[in-house]
Design a protein around this ligand. Structure first.
Ligand code: CP3
Length: 357
């Protein structure tokens, strides 16, 4: 990687991180960029280590491996932020649920469906299990160039609960939605346990060196407005408040994927510093009612990144035209897909870094 002409690569600790500058309300001329799921299967070096590590959880919980995988996309692309390599399902794992990742099938958990299992959930919490994630953060922090930010994360309670209840991903998260309608008190207990544990987990990540935090609510978009308020907004608000009670300066990004017209309400209520937006977001609404208040992160369609060529250039230009006049962190609208050619990631990066707004 060649830094853009005129860029000084200082080694002082006090050097500014463009990613954090945007989260702190200071728009950058060249928007900082990283990609959701930037460490992963589209990288041959990831696939190689993944094959060596054994299970996916072994990869997450072996600090040397997790740190290495976190740094792989940084070495290749010099992104403005690294995201710690882990998964949102380490919280159910720390709560004593069985969690496995079957090749090609996604996550498998023991379904959580009796009130008895729910009532005893918190009792099985063992946060020592997450110590390797903190150790990986400390190692990454030592290796990262000072201008690159380190992101910690957790899944939002609603999204994590959908996997815990169903025991796997389902197309429209029907099992969790059904439990929330039929047994709202029981479901609320699951959410409460996840809120409390997510706060502790995020604080642990900050202490281990994370510069900012992201809350992934991948399945927020399947909820009707009333349910969205109760199961996506309220828990996120409590997590933000709980983290800030101990770490008032914590920078937090929310990602309620598919929130659409409910995004301004999410921003207003939760107090996040930024929201990650999906590719279906409507630009003028986002500019007027979201970007006017907080930074925006997104929102290139991951399929345009697979397509490449002129379609990719056009999609990159659209994101820049829509949002780069305000506070923007360039990202995808959701995670990068395994079949994405590396050359297309380079094409996107070159175009974003050539932008001068
Ligand atoms: O962004 C990063 O590079 C950091 C690592 C990260 C992973 N998962 C690694 C991973 C992050 C931030 C996540 C978040 C995550 N995990 C979410 C929320 C964001 C999103 O993408 O919607 C969700 C819903 C999960 C749960 C999960 N983990 C699923 C549904 C799957 C299987 C589907 C898939 O994409 O493979 C996983 C496995 C997983 N998590 C992989 C990686 C790199 C692939 C596992 C493998 O290598 O075999």
């Amino acid at each position: 990687y060649q830094p853009p002409a005129g860029t000084l690569r200082l080694s002082q600790k006090s050097v500014a991180k463009p990613f954090l500058e945007v989260l702190s309300g200071r728009r950058q001329q060249v928007p900082p960029i990283w990609m959701m799921r930037q460490a992963g299967r589209y990288l041959p070096e990831y696939r190689e280590l993944r094959a060596k590590a054994g299970s996916f959880l072994d990869l997450c919980f072996t600090p040397d491996y997790a740190a290495e995988v976190t740094l792989q996309p940084i070495r290749r692309f010099n992104f403005d932020a690294a995201i710690i390599f882990s998964d949102i399902l380490v919280i159910p794992y720390a709560l004593g649920r069985s969690v496995r990742f079957e090749a090609g099938e996604g996550p498998r958990l023991d379904p959580l469906n009796t009130p008895e299992q729910v009532t005893t959930l918190a009792r099985h919490a063992d946060f020592g299990k997450l110590e390797p994630v903190y150790e990986a953060l400390r190692r990454v922090k030592r290796e990262l160039a000072p201008e690159i930010a380190l992101i910690g994360f957790c899944g939002a309670p609603w999204t994590v609960a959908t996997y815990m209840v169903a025991g796997q991903g389902t197309p429209d998260q029907a099992p969790a939605r059904m439990m929330a309608y039929r047994h709202p008190e029981t479901f609320a207990e699951i959410i409460d346990v996840l809120v409390e544990n997510s706060i502790q987990y995020l604080l642990g990540q900050l202490k281990a060196g994370a510069d900012a935090l992201q809350i992934f609510d991948t399945w927020a978009g399947v909820l009707p407005p009333r349910e969205f308020e109760r199961w996506s907004i309220e828990p996120a608000k409590r997590i933000v408040a709980g983290v800030r009670a101990k770490a008032p300066e914590a920078k937090i990004i929310g990602f309620p994927r598919g929130a659409g017209a409910l995004l301004p309400a999410y921003v207003e209520a939760t107090g996040v510093d930024a929201v990650s937006i999906d590719w279906a977001a409507e630009p003028s609404m986002i500019r007027e009612r979201v970007q006017s208040r907080v930074a925006v992160q997104g929102n290139l369609d991951p399929l345009a990144l697979i397509a490449g060529g002129a379609a990719l250039d056009r999609a990159v230009d659209d994101v820049l035209a829509n949002y780069a006049e305000g506070r923007l962190i360039f990202n995808l609208g959701h995670g990068i897909q395994p079949e994405t050619p590396i050359a297309h990631v380079e094409q996107m990066l070159k175009r974003v870094r050539a932008y001068r707004g």
